[in-house]
Each structure stands twice: as C-alpha cells, then as structure tokens.
Write a protein that binds this ligand. Structure first.
Ligand code: VAH
Length: 311
C-alpha cells in the first residue's frame, strides 16, 4: 500500500486523488498535520502524521502495511527564507526518516520531490542541463541539493529504491500552493477571475520553468512505475514543461479576459526567482523513461479559468 506524507499540500492532494484512481482508494493512505481539507480527509483513509516524527511514520507503515511512501511535505522557498532552521529541520528530518525506513527494508520504494531551486545564480540559465554547477542561494534549495546527495547515497550504499524529480513551478487549481516563489502563477488566475487585475510580486520579464499539475502528476506516476533498471539518475531528474514570464501569462489570460490588467511590484521573492534558471533541459528524463509534457500556456490558462470559475 501507498502512504502520502504531506497529502494536504498542492502536489500531495492531487497525487492522492490520482494514486487512488489507479490503485484503489483503500490502497492509498493520505497523511498530513493539516486536516482542514475536508474533501481530502473524507475521500479515504487519512492519518494525522508529523513528517518529523519517525515513530508515527513507522507505526503508520506497520498499521497499514505500507510498501511505498511519497514524501510531499516540505517548507518551500519563500517561507524557508523567513524560517531557515525550521525549513532545514522539516525538509531534512522527514527525508532521513523515510530513507531509513527503506534502508531497514520496512518499505520498498520512495518518491521524494526535488526542485529547480537546487540551481543557483552560477548555473547556466537557459536549458539548464541535468549535470551542472549547483550553488543554491535559498535554504529550500540547499535542502533539495543535499537531499539529492543523500538519495543517491542511500541508493548506492543501501540499495534503496528512491526516485526523484526536480519539479519546476507547478500550476493547479484544486489546492493552493503555500510559500513558494512561483505561486504568482497560481494567484494570477484567482485574481483575474475575482478582480480582473493582479499585482505581481515578480517583475514582468522574469522567465521561470513551469508545468501544469496534470503533467507533474503524470511524470511522477510514470517515474514510479518505470522498471528500476531504466532509472539512471538517483539524485533527481530535471523535469520541464514550459517557461514563461508574468507578462506572457498575463497576455494568455487577456485572450480569455480582455479587460484583465497586471501591475508589477517585485518583493523579496524577486531575488529568489533571479537565482533560478529560466528554462530546463529534461532530455535525460525523456530518454530514460519516455517523459513528455502535454500542456502549453494557453491550454493551462483555459483549464485554470474554466475550473476556477466552476469551483
Ligand atoms: C517554490 N513552488 O516556489 C516551489 C518550487 C520551483 C519552485 O520549488 O518554492
């Protein structure tokens, strides 16, 4: 059975629904410290787990006969800059707990998300390659870089089957993201519908790698179901869909809502965004396990506005 830690989060919640549709609801246990998402809590087995508490994770695995864990709990880039040691503690302790359960053969498989935040200002910005200079300047990015090192170490030293993706910014409508720098690309759709204008906290030409949630979930399912011998990268795979700037997403929205207006008022998150690549080369993921994204910007815009209007 599958346990999702951090199931109430932006990716965790959609991963829960998707994995339940594939494996059956009774075979996917959702867990989080936050139990306020009643749709999620009432959609199947839900356990309250603190990702930093090894005992509660271990007990849950024994209780539900878990063999695979998706560790989706983390403090993201913007919040991590406000609470550096909390971000380090949560992001690292939770990873060690899950890797050590796998090392002890208490579970068989682990998914752990990395991020384009592993890259820094000295990384080539365009079509950032799988193997390159990585000097992250955010606490979140540091936890993802060192987390990748530990994933590769546990795979090579203890034969742990841990798999990982360097997610770009992810756009979705079901569950709001929390504390990220790419969150503007979600907020802008909510504001476009509510107020027909949006004050963007990044400057208009800030290009960042982005992806629609459906693509991110498909990539995660594809990676985790691939034969182990196809997985050549045990740190974390570059993953990319599209790249766009706030100006480009505003133009895409204007095609649907002509009177939409955007203004720019960059805040501390501009410095974080400036340290990240503007586009990613994910050719290694494409060749190793046949990855391909589907959604382009206008398709994302149409799907976001349609679903947010119906919500
Ligand atoms: C963040 N959404 O903004 C996350 C993600 C690449 C960005 O890691 O921190």
């Amino acid at each position: 059975k599958i346990l999702i830690i951090g199931a109430a989060g932006q990716i965790g919640s959609e991963l829960t629904y998707k994995l339940r549709s594939i494996h059956g609801a009774s075979n996917v246990i959702a867990s989080d410290l936050n139990y306020n998402n009643l749709e999620l809590v009432n959609s199947g087995t839900f356990e309250i787990i603190d990702a930093m508490d090894y005992a509660s994770i271990k007990i849950c695995c024994e209780k539900h006969n878990i063999d695979t864990i998706y560790l989706m709990a983390a403090i993201l880039s913007a919040t991590g800059e406000k609470f550096p040691m909390k971000a380090w503690d949560l992001n690292m302790e939770s990873l060690f707990h899950v890797l050590n359960l796998a090392k002890a053969k208490a579970i068989k498989k682990v998914f752990w998300p990395s991020s384009i935040a592993v890259f820094g200002p000295t990384t080539p910005k365009e079509n950032t390659p799988q193997h390159t200079t990585m000097e992250p300047t955010t606490v979140y990015g540091i936890t993802k870089q060192v987390g990748e090192r530990w994933c590769q170490y546990y795979h090579e030293k203890y034969d742990v089957d841990v798999r990982s993706l360097r997610y770009p910014g992810i756009i979705s409508w079901k569950t709001k993201p929390g504390g990220g720098t790419t969150d503007y690309a979600v907020e802008i759709y909510h504001e476009a519908l509510k107020h027909k204008n949006y004050e963007c906290f990044l400057s208009e030409h800030t290009a960042l790698p982005m992806m629609y949630m459906e693509d991110a979930i498909d990539a995660t399912v594809k990676l985790m179901s691939a034969d182990a011998d196809k997985i050549k990268i045990r740190s974390s795979y570059n993953l990319s869909g599209i790249s766009f700037t706030p100006k480009e997403v505003a133009e895409s929205i204007k095609k649907q809502i002509p009177e939409f207006e955007i203004t720019y008022n960059p805040d501390f998150r501009q410095h974080i965004a400036n340290s990240w690549p503007s586009s990613i080369d994910d050719s290694v993921a494409r060749q190793d396990w046949d990855w391909k994204h589907q959604f382009d910007l206008d398709q994302i815009t149409k799907d976001m506005l349609k679903n947010l209007s119906n919500k």
